[in-house]
Design a protein around this ligand. Structure first.
Ligand SMILES: [Zn+2]
Length: 255
């Protein structure tokens, strides 16, 4: 498959638009794509009738891009010092003296997805291409943070889509994963956000996203065996409506 081609006309978001607006647009677009056949979705009211499973789509989308991370570090250091005392440690002993600062910077890195905007990421990466066969990017490494326990969950993301006259640069697919995984997350929402972002980016005929991950909050607390995986998927458009397309995608993932 090729991503070469004429530059796309993806200028809709070329001016400064806040992340909230873009991500809200993204959700509306994706809903239209998914629901256009059944007519269940009412775009004016942005509501569903009788489809409660889709109502939670807005939840957890950050509203304001994080700015000036460095300014937050001293406050975070104080918090980490306090946490160290709480667990029974002496924050002043030699080995821990720099720990609050390191931990604060590490947490900022683990959540750097809050500083990214989807439209910045997509700039110059959407191409017109007369290709309508399934495109799959498999086993993208993913590192995220469970929002319930603030410990990591790590795994692999596989993404498939069927282009509709537009393709996205393949490296950008991994960047979309990075943008949403470097936030406080639950795996289900992460899966959905990646699918919706790709939908917004290329308006494909369909999108499928599968994430397999291991959650440290489960593994380290002994709830789960070390190697057990949590699998989530999100299928939109033809991936949802057509079982053959979905099967083809899942078969290609198993190869
Ligand atoms: Zn957890």
């Amino acid at each position: 498959m090729s991503t070469e081609g004429k530059r796309g006309e993806y200028n809709r978001h070329s001016s400064e638009v806040d992340t909230n607006k873009v991500e809200k647009d993204l959700i509306i677009q994706a809903r239209k794509l998914v629901q256009s056949k059944s007519g269940v979705f009412d775009p004016d009211e942005e509501t569903y009738r009788g489809r409660s499973r889709s109502v939670d789509r807005d939840k957890g989308l950050p509203t304001i891009p994080r700015q000036d991370s460095d300014a937050q570090i001293p406050t975070m250091e104080d918090s980490y010092r306090s946490l160290l005392k709480s667990v029974g440690e002496d924050p002043n002993r030699q080995g821990l003296q720099k720990t609050p600062e390191r931990a604060a910077k590490a947490l900022m890195f683990f959540t750097k997805g809050y500083e990214e905007k989807l439209q910045d990421l997509l700039n110059d990466a959407i191409f017109d291409e007369d290709h309508d066969e399934m495109v799959i990017v498999r086993d993208i490494e993913m590192f995220s943070m469970c929002e319930h326990h603030l410990v990591p969950f790590v795994g692999k993301v596989s993404i498939g889509y069927i282009p509709n006259k537009r393709v996205i640069g393949l490296s950008k697919v991994a960047r979309i994963v990075e943008m949403f995984s470097r936030r406080l997350q639950v795996q289900e929402r992460l899966t959905k956000q990646i699918a919706l972002a790709l939908t917004e980016a290329v308006k494909p005929t369909g999108v499928g996203v599968v994430i397999e991950a291991s959650h440290m909050c489960m593994v380290m607390r002994g709830v789960q065996k070390l190697n057990s995986q949590t699998v989530t998927s999100c299928m939109l458009g033809v991936f949802r409506e057509d079982s053959k397309t979905r099967e083809e995608f899942l078969t290609l993932l198993r190869r």
